[in-house]
Design a protein around this ligand. Structure first.
Ligand code: ZN
Length: 467
């Protein structure tokens, strides 16, 4: 009985294998892509002849195909056929490309505030994002905690303009604040003399305030500039625009830092290097957080034979954690198995562990209008200036050590590299869609080389800090 079952299973399996055509992307048979091209990728029997719209397509190892297909305006019917031993597997895709719409009229500018009243509100979320413009895609200025008092100067769409001005305007989305109320006068915030404290990991400056106010922390070379808005100082540190400014220069380079409110105080926390860095063991006692991107139901990018990015990220991360521990580093991590971890839980975990450096490990995918043979290689992302040097070292070493294309260093905002504390870098080792890189990424040897290269970069960075 079992034998018969096995035979049937075997026949079914081989039959299926011979004619398999697995189109991984597009993942839907009916999609809209407003671009001049789309890529198709997946796998089929390596001995098949693969055609997309009657044109022969190159098959890589394991029958992997990655093909860029041009799109006309309107509906494009795209047929993918795998022909083997005179039999054909066929799938038809409907890809719509729309004509660009004429520019819509821009929303009216916000209404200037009436001088006889003030609009008062408070932030209601931790990580209430303040932006430079009235748009969710505009640059982030700071993420304020819950309870910060704000006075508003106007509205545009769903955004309110905060009265304060620094180098830029400040805008906040309505979902981050209480319903604004009209008040007849504005209370003036006051501060007391700052207190300085220090522990094993950080230097702290604590400033007592009459209420929590809008603040920004900016890096200017070796300096950190803290600005408290709408606050009066008995000792008169007020700058030209009427805000309070504090300048810190603790080390030769700005390390991790963050600001938060603690009881009635604003705290600016700056990381320090606790012990002397030993040039022969530069990672000894250094606290490093490793984040393996995605996990659980969040698969990340999917390769042409359906290997998931989350699994490759984890595999590289585990090797990296092991190497770093062997170098004496104190390593913490977001996940060590296939569990799903919320983005901000990852960020919080790095802080809870007082990490000095945080690295998020990913592998890349592409928007459908790009060409995976042109856009590939390693990319490294930082957001804050304090992570730029480390990001640069990691990128250069990866490209050199792995002999893959150097696809650049980018200043870009992701949850895992936006945090100013710890020093935070996000690494896209290589592209899951590029056949050559996809093959490498699945090899243990290559993953080990990635881990070694990153470890070397961390050592080089710590030696730089030593001076
Ligand atoms: Zn990813």
């Amino acid at each position: 009985m079992r034998f018969i079952f096995l035979i049937i299973y075997f026949l079914f399996f081989t039959f299926n294998c011979a004619f398999a055509l697995d189109v991984v992307y597009p993942s839907s048979k009916d999609i809209t892509v407003n671009a001049p091209s789309i890529y198709f990728y997946g796998n089929t029997n390596p001995k098949s002849m693969l055609k997309i719209n009657s044109e022969s397509v190159k098959l890589f190892d394991e029958g992997i195909f990655v093909q860029v297909v041009p799109l006309f305006y309107g509906v494009n019917n795209i047929t993918v056929e795998s022909i083997h031993n005179g039999k054909t597997q066929k799938q038809v895709y409907k890809v719509t490309r729309n004509k660009p719409e004429p520019q819509k009229t821009l929303p009216l500018p916000y209404v200037e505030k009436n001088k006889n009243y003030f609009l008062y509100t408070k932030t209601i979320n931790d990580r209430s994002t303040v932006r430079e413009k009235a748009s969710n895609s505009s640059k982030r200025v700071i993420e304020l905690p819950k309870g910060v008092v704000l006075y508003l100067a106007g509205k545009k769409g769903d955004f309110y303009k905060i009265e304060e001005n620094g180098k830029t305007e400040f805008w906040i989305h309505k979902s981050n604040i209480e319903e604004p109320v009209i008040v007849s006068k504005r209370i003036q915030g006051k501060i007391k003399q700052p207190e300085y404290e220090s522990d094993k990991f950080y230097n702290y400056t604590k400033i007592a305030l009459s209420y929590p106010v809008m603040y920004t922390v900016e890096q200017d070379g070796k300096k950190l500039i803290l600005t408290l808005y709408g606050v009066k100082d008995p000792n008169n540190n007020t700058n030209d625009s009427g805000n309070l400014e504090f300048v810190f220069e603790d080390e030769d380079q700005v390390l991790g830092y963050d600001g938060f409110f603690e009881d009635d105080k604003f705290v600016l926390r700056r990381a320090k290097i606790a012990d002397k860095i030993n040039p022969y063991a530069p990672l000894h006692n250094i606290r490093i957080f490793i984040d393996a991107g995605h996990g659980g139901s969040e698969k990340g990018a999917i390769g042409p034979t359906r290997v998931f990015e989350k699994d490759i990220n984890l595999s590289i991360s585990k090797k990296l954690i092991k190497l770093l521990k062997a170098k004496g580093a104190i390593v913490s991590y977001s996940r060590i198995d296939d569990s799903k971890v919320n983005l901000y839980d990852r960020v919080d975990k790095a802080k809870e562990n007082n990490a000095f450096i945080s690295l998020s490990i990913h592998n890349n995918s592409l928007p459908p209008n790009k060409n995976p043979f042109i856009t590939h290689g390693c990319e490294v992302y930082y957001y804050n200036d304090n992570a730029k040097v480390l990001a640069y070292i990691i990128k250069n070493n990866l490209a050199k050590d792995l002999k893959i294309k150097d696809n650049g260093l980018y200043k870009s905002s992701y949850a895992l590299n936006r945090s100013t504390n710890p020093i935070s870098v996000l690494i896209e080792v290589a592209y899951m869609i590029n056949p050559d890189e996809y093959k490498k990424l699945r090899s243990d040897k290559f993953q080990m080389e990635v881990a070694k290269s990153i470890t070397k970069s961390l050592e080089q960075f710590m030696i730089l800090l030593k001076k």
